[in-house]
Ligand binder design. Structure first.
Ligand SMILES: C[S@@+](CC[C@H](N)C(=O)[O-])C[C@H]1O[C@@H](n2cnc3c(N)ncnc32)[C@H](O)[C@@H]1O
Length: 374
């Protein structure tokens, strides 16, 4: 298959993936048939009919058929996934245990399972069991040793699950957890046919896909979805500046998805580029001294104004006649159990008579480096 990306391919995913180069894909998101096994008409309590999942593409005769199908498409995904790529698979209680077992049988390494908690789940109309209010996403790599992408700080930035809106506004950020809360796809986001009926019974919320793509791939990476549906994955990839290859067997879904993608504009910015995760340039003390940001022999102080040490030419600190690494000396003079503390948080120098944290001087040095690049 000619490899020009940002495409929707109408076809069977096994056939299409067989034509792809091995180890050519950075990220796979798969939302396969769940084999829901619904039977009969589902009625709401007030008597109206619920439009559930009874599509032809979701039918299998028995567990062995579903297992065979799952093994085939997961094996195909494994072949095309890069050694350091990631695969995410979403499923409900009907299928996720089968899928997870087969993923492990094929050698995938599970990084996380994420619960998508639905803030507006469909109730259990008959009151015969708990409301099924979540789905599970399995995030896996090809092996335990895969050096997969995880934009950790971008994930912190996107975490609104465990930070209140007021705290978030005030700048509070927390590590992203494995329970994500989003509403099911509804309103204007939901694609509808000419009669106003849902175009697809299992269209996923875009917010869910934006999160997956943002945290586990890089700008420009290739994202594959073997079960494209309404092309939600492609839309997330396009918004975040990734390339996409979407496969879907139903031509009507392909047409609707292509139109949806055409109306989607990229949104370049720190989330798309994961700039939160960029490492700042190195700033060795010796270089900062050489560039005049610090002076050999100048005193180093603690926050309370006590003068403790003096700076040596190699960036170490002289204390009671001995040379110390500044992080180790920070721990020593603070009297903590740890052998090292971050010296940039501890030490102060004087500038224009005022005590200034040395981390601020380092920021100024880095800003000067950035200005040189610009
Ligand atoms: C659960 S839906 C995916 C929905 C999609 N994530 C979205 O947000 O719209 C599964 C899709 O896979 C498609 N499908 C099922 N078997 C397939 C196959 N062998 N090859 C390609 N597409 C397939 C179905 O037509 C259906 O649209």
């Amino acid at each position: 298959m000619a490899e020009s990306w940002d495409v929707v391919v109408n076809g069977d995913c096994l056939e299409v993936m067989a034509g792809l180069e091995p180890e050519s894909v950075d990220l796979i998101f798969a939302d396969p048939p769940y084999w829901m096994r619904t039977s009969g008409e589902l009625q709401r309590v007030e008597g109206t009919v619920f439009d559930g999942v009874d599509d032809a593409w979701d039918q299998f005769n028995e567990l062995e058929d579903y297992e065979r199908f799952t093994r085939e498409w997961l094996s195909a995904c494994r072949r095309v996934l890069k050694p350091n790529g990631s695969i995410w698979v979403i499923g409900g209680m009907q299928c996720i245990h089968t899928i997870g077992a087969i993923m492990q049988e094929l050698g995938f390494w599970i990084v996380n399972d994420v619960v998508w908690r639905k803030s507006n789940p469909t109730p259990n109309f008959h009151g015969t069991r708990l409301t099924n209010s979540h789905e599970t996403l399995i995030w896996a790599t090809k092996s335990k040793d895969s050096k997969y992408t995880f934009n950790y700080k971008t994930a912190r930035e996107l975490n609104t699950d465990t930070v209140s809106p007021a705290d978030y506004e005030a700048g509070v950020r927390k590590q992203m957890g494995s329970i994500w809360t989003f509403p099911v796809c509804a309103g204007t986001e939901r694609l509808r046919d000419a009669s106003g009926k849902k175009l697809h019974s299992t269209q996923k919320p875009l917010a869910l896909l934006l999160r997956v793509v943002a945290i586990s791939s890089h700008y420009g990476d290739l994202v594959l979805d073997p079960f494209g549906g309404t092309m939600t994955t492609g839309v997330a990839a396009k918004i975040l500046g990734r390339r996409y290859l979407m496969i879907e067997q139903d031509p009507a879904y392909c047409d609707a998805g292509v139109a949806r993608l055409a109306m989607t504009a990229p949104e370049d910015g720190p989330v798309a580029r994961a700039t939160y995760d960029e490492r700042p340039p190195r700033a060795p003390m010796a270089s900062m001294i050489a560039e005049g940001f610090f002076t050999t022999g100048e005193p180093f102080y603690l926050r309370d104004g006590r003068e403790i040490a003096t700076l040596l030419a190699d960036g170490k600190l002289s204390f009671e006649g001995e040379a110390f690494d500044m992080h180790m000396l920070a721990a020593k003079v603070r009297g903590v159990k740890a052998t090292r503390l971050n010296g940039f948080d501890v030490w102060r120098v004087k500038r224009n008579g005022e005590l200034v944290p040395i981390t601020r001087i380092r920021d100024e040095y880095r800003a000067s480096l950035a200005a040189l690049v610009d």
